[in-house]
Write a protein that binds this ligand. Structure first.
Ligand SMILES: *Cc1c(COP(=O)(O)O)cnc(C)c1O
Length: 365
């Protein structure tokens, strides 16, 4: 069976070596040596001043929302073309998601449609770097400054992506990364919040450990979302291979591009020239093609190839949100159009050329 992705692992012995020290220190979690080392390495790699490590990306997102000093019940402008986590984090944190449409070109939030959604209840913008495509960060920054809004990026897809040599982790007030097993870089489960502003570092670190500071004071009503030493060890090992894995992903992308570009009704996602991409996903939009997206999905499924409809359904259409929100004017036509037609094809470092060819042949047959 071929899945849409396959978790990347370091050599087995290398991970064993890394965790061996834990048997002498008996320090398994609570910001130990591995946690510190991975944090420092990620600050270098992601080119950002502060990295706070979390047990998963979703709790990282909720953690970020909890320290940005946003008025409870306020509205957060976001997009429905994302993973459940983005919208759930907003709702679970006591805010109201307001859904903005996406751009046809790269599936990220359309900055031209943000301003009409802003009112006196708006507190923040939470855009998503979908498939590792960078949002229009400059336009978003301008709007945020004009209306004094906080900006938190869901960068779960954008590990290692750079714009003209600048790491994506530094855009907005904060950025969240996911290190889930299925992501480009993984710590089994894991995540991080990144930012350059010193004012957040202490509170972020305290909040993921019950709000405890030192041994005898508890400053905040925090939760528990710490990354443990086994997760951090996996991250330390995987980070040694990440650049070579990204190069191997590019090989897969190039082969798909060769086979599928220039075909009527098939739209591919071309990385922008000013970006250093991570090739996290290979989305294809079937629009006016001889087969529909759902027909292609089934054709592949009969060969045991599991492409995935990222993202369908839109989060605003989830059962749990029926009758709970309104999206003004229902103005998300592009998001709806893409969600009905997009399919992400398998991409991971070890994916063989013969399988890529089989997938392409199946799509074209
Ligand atoms: C994976 C993902 C998350 C959640 O990350 P976890 O580490 O799985 O909790 C959030 N947003 C997006 C867009 C994701 O793809």
């Amino acid at each position: 069976m071929i899945n849409v992705t396959q978790s990347s692992l370091p050599p087995f012995e290398e991970y064993c070596d890394e965790i061996k020290q834990l048997w002498s220190s008996h320090w398994l979690t609570n910001m130990g040596e591995k946690h510190k080392l991975l944090q420092n390495q990620l600050e270098q790699y992601l080119k950002v001043k502060h990295v706070t490590l979390y047990t998963n990306g979703h709790l990282a997102l909720e953690g970020a929302l909890s320290v940005l000093d946003l008025k409870k019940g306020g509205e957060v402008i976001t997009t429905p073309f994302t993973f459940a986590s983005t919208t759930h984090a907003i709702v679970r944190s006591g805010f109201v998601p307001v859904f903005c449409d996406i751009k046809e070109a790269d599936y990220t939030i359309d900055p031209e449609k943000i301003e009409s959604l802003i009112n006196e209840n708006t507190v923040a913008i939470l855009p998503v770097h979908v498939y590792g495509n960078l949002c229009d960060v400059d336009a978003i920054e301008k709007i945020a400054q004009k209306y004094h809004l906080k900006v938190l990026y869901d960068a779960a897809h954008a590990f290692g992506v750079q714009k003209n040599g600048v790491g994506v982790a530094g855009f907005g007030d904060m950025s969240m990364f996911s290190f889930h097993a299925t992501k480009v870089f993984n710590t089994i489960e894991g995540g991080a919040v990144c930012f350059n502003d010193d004012q957040y570092i202490q509170v972020m670190n305290d909040m993921k450990n019950f709000g405890i500071r030192g041994t005898e004071s508890c400053r905040y009503v925090g939760g528990n979302a710490k990354m443990n030493e086994f997760q951090a060890s996996m991250g330390i090992c995987n980070l040694r291979y990440i650049d070579q894995w990204i190069i191997q992903r590019k090989r897969v992308l190039d082969r798909y591009m060769d086979r599928l570009s220039g075909i009527k009704g098939i739209k591919l996602n071309t990385p922008r020239k000013d970006l250093k991409p991570n090739y996290a996903y290979f989305p294809v939009v079937f629009d006016g093609y001889q087969y529909t997206r759902d027909e292609i999905t089934e054709k592949l499924q009969t060969l045991n190839i599991r492409a995935r409809k990222y993202f369908y359904p839109l989060t605003c259409d989830f059962e749990c949100y029926q009758d709970r929100f309104f999206y003004r004017d229902n103005s998300i036509p592009v998001a709806r159009h893409i969600a009905e037609r997009v399919l992400t094809l398998p991409i991971y470092p070890e994916l063989e050329d013969s399988v890529i060819d089989l997938i392409c042949d199946t799509i074209m047959m």
